[in-house]
Ligand binder design. Structure first.
Ligand code: ASP
Length: 148
């Protein structure tokens, strides 16, 4: 069992899994699973289970899953905020990066985000040093722990 300042080491708190998917009929879906955050208060409800915060999907805009500092993500209703940018005509790549900029500028928050629109465009962004990600399409598959 880790103790002291080891409790704050990044390798202790890294169990979030987010997924977004698109089927051949154009239906999109999102899922987010988390163990919560380190030293969370008993009863704390994080962003992952709150639709629009850590998870959101709408065939008319986008599927979004987020990870990171949940309090800031909840205040900004970040997944819905990002989907709204896409519904307004922006691409997922740009919207994902803008979401991370907004999280940082507005609340000095940190996190990561994956985004998919009904046309199959993806966006991956994080303002943490690393975030493991992967995607697979009929044409290509790729994975990494950093995203430029
Ligand atoms: N966003 C989660 C929370 O604050 C933690 C995580 O999934 O990274 O509960």
């Amino acid at each position: 069992m880790p103790s002291g300042k080891d409790l704050f080491a990044p390798h202790i708190s890294h169990d979030t899994v987010g997924a977004i998917a698109l089927d051949r009929e154009g239906n999109i879906a999102a899922a987010t699973s988390t163990g919560g955050t380190l030293n969370k208060a008993p009863g704390r409800l994080g962003d992952s289970s709150l639709i629009g915060c850590g998870c959101y999907a709408n065939n008319e805009s986008a599927a979004v899953s987020t990870t990171g500092w949940g309090e800031a993500i909840m205040k900004l209703v970040l997944a819905k905020w990002t989907a709204d940018r896409i519904q307004a005509g922006n691409l997922p790549e740009w919207s994902a990066q803008e979401a991370m900029n907004y999280l940082k500028q507005r609340l000095n928050g940190h996190g990561g985000i994956i985004v998919l629109d009904p046309a199959g465009h993806i966006g991956i962004a994080h303002n943490t040093p690393r975030m493991a990600w992967a995607y697979k399409t009929v044409h290509k598959e790729e994975a990494g722990v950093e995203r430029d």
